[in-house]
Design a binder for this molecule. Structure first.
Ligand SMILES: [Fe+2]
Length: 167
């Protein structure tokens, strides 16, 4: 049975719930990314998304390590936010015919996902630190660094080329 919010009675419960939610989110993102990569005609954007897909694979394994450290089985609980972000990305991308507009929209959609991940990991890191779980902090800090780097890379691509081509 997935942890329901009514089962949350401590910060550790809260942490595990958030962990289950980001575990679900990362897995859904992992499923959606190849489709997003296939939509762009920009080689560098496709390469960036494909590289981040590999990182996402590692991030999922890191989350499984965190579950293990917490003495819990890896379990995903649905996250409505990520479902919404992925659905919205699909809706926009599937209706855009112009390849440059499509690339600009893809970057925007991907950055929304990265920003959501950054907020989740930021919270998890703060709670793990409060709980005195330094090994968990160390694992999740590796992931948040990758998410921030991807966000920066996407900004650089948008500002150096993609937005100009779309305008
Ligand atoms: Fe990410």
């Amino acid at each position: 049975m997935p942890t329901m919010t009514k089962d949350i009675h401590s910060m550790e419960d809260l942490f595990v719930h958030q962990l289950q939610s980001i575990y679900y989110a990362e897995k859904e993102i992992h499923k959606a990314m190849p489709k997003m990569a296939s939509k762009t005609s920009d080689a560098s954007l496709r390469a960036a998304v494909e590289e981040h897909l590999k990182e996402t694979d590692t991030q999922i394994k890191r989350l499984e390590q965190v579950f293990k450290t917490m003495g819990k089985p890896p379990q995903a609980v649905p996250c409505a936010t990520i479902d919404g972000l992925i659905k919205e990305a699909g809706d926009v991308v599937n209706h855009l015919k112009d390849k440059h507009l499509l690339d600009a929209a893809l970057i925007a959609a991907d950055q929304a996902v990265e920003h959501y991940e950054i907020t989740c990991y930021g919270t998890l890191i703060a709670w793990a630190r409060q709980l005195g779980r330094q090994p968990v902090v160390d694992l999740l800090e590796q992931t948040i660094r990758e998410e921030k780097a991807m966000d920066k890379k996407l900004t650089a691509m948008a500002e150096s080329k993609i937005n100009r081509l779309a305008a």
